[in-house]
Each structure stands twice: as structure tokens, then as C-alpha cells.
Design a protein around this ligand. Structure first.
Ligand code: DAT
Ligand code: MG
Length: 143
């Protein structure tokens, strides 16, 4: 069986960036064997975040999510490697950091802070379709 090289969009969210965890996240990605394609640090604006999180529009955590994600700098990264989309999701762990397994980024480094949105350190694309869509949003020059 052969698998195609994939790319995934990874974000170190404002909570992770503020706590100085970008290097830790990048280190886990590189230690796993994936490569870094490109990286950028900036505070995302609402328009970009509305596109990125379109699937969540209308959910109770949507507005808190946009407020949180636009509250500070993120490290946006494109990673590459065979099956890196599911591989990074496995490194990241479950969405809720209280139940994310120890050994995962969210399980080791995240916790509940009592806010309306879960602050869980990282984002990773969840499918090849999402990855293509998200890389176009965050790094249009790569597409
Ligand atoms: P993931 O980031 O694991 O792909 P998601 O796409 O379902 O999760 O949701 C996007 C983000 O929104 C998630 O990282 C944290 C937040 N979130 C999701 N579900 C939530 C909930 N039920 N309550 C609070 N925040 C939530
Ligand atoms: Mg998601």
C-alpha cells in the first residue's frame, strides 16, 4: 500500500503562544518525523477566523471561540508527511483538554480554565478537504 504525502494546517493558539509553547509543539511535530513547510506568527483577524471556523457558526461557543482566537498572536504552521493529518490529530489529543490523554499536547499542556470556549493549545486540520481549505485561508501563497 502506498500513501500520498499530506499537508496539514497547525495553529498554536493564543493560549499556547502566550505560554511560550510554540517551540514545544514544533518539537513534538519534528520529533514525530513530520517536516515544517512554512511558519508565520501574527494575530489573526475576525474575517480569517470566520472563514476558518465556518462549520461552527451558530454554536454556543462560536463567538467566544472567535474572541479567544483573535485575542493574541498565533503560530501558524504547515506541516508535511505521510498521514500527517491524522498523525497530528493523534499528537494533539481530544478537543477537551481535561480528558485528552496524557502524552498528547492537549493532555500534557492543557486544562480547563472555566471559560465558554475550550482553550486547548493547538488546532490541526481534520481531513484532506479541511487541510486544503485551511491552507488556502492561512497561506494562500502556498496553494
Ligand atoms: P478540534 O479543535 O478538536 O477540531 P472542533 O473543531 O470541534 O475541535 O472545535 C473547534 C474549537 O472550538 C475547539 O478546539 C475548542 C472549541 N470547542 C469545541 N467544542 C466545544 C465545546 N463543546 N465547548 C467549548 N468549546 C468548544
Ligand atoms: Mg476542528
Amino acid at each position: 500500500m502506498t500513501t500520498q504525502t499530506e499537508r496539514s494546517l497547525v495553529l498554536v493558539k493564543p493560549d499556547g503562544f502566550k505560554r511560550g509553547l510554540s517551540g514545544e509543539v514544533l518539537s513534538r511535530i519534528e520529533s514525530k518525523g513530520y517536516t515544517l513547510v512554512t511558519l508565520s506568527i501574527f494575530t489573526p483577524d475576525r474575517e480569517r477566523l470566520e472563514r476558518h471556523y465556518a462549520e461552527h457558526q451558530g454554536k454556543p461557543f462560536y463567538e467566544p471561540l472567535l474572541d479567544f482566537m483573535s485575542s493574541g498572536q498565533v503560530t501558524a504552521v504547515v506541516i508535511e508527511g505521510e498521514r500527517c493529518i491524522e498523525g497530528f490529530r493523534a499528537l494533539a489529543g481530544a478537543t477537551d483538554p481535561s480528558v485528552a490523554l496524557p502524552g498528547t499536547i492537549r493532555g500534557d499542556l492543557g486544562r480547563d480554565w472555566g471559560s465558554k470556549v475550550q482553550k486547548n493549545i493547538v488546532h490541526g486540520s481534520d481531513s484532506p478537504q479541511s487541510s486544503a481549505r485551511e491552507i488556502d485561508i492561512w497561506f494562500p501563497e502556498l496553494v
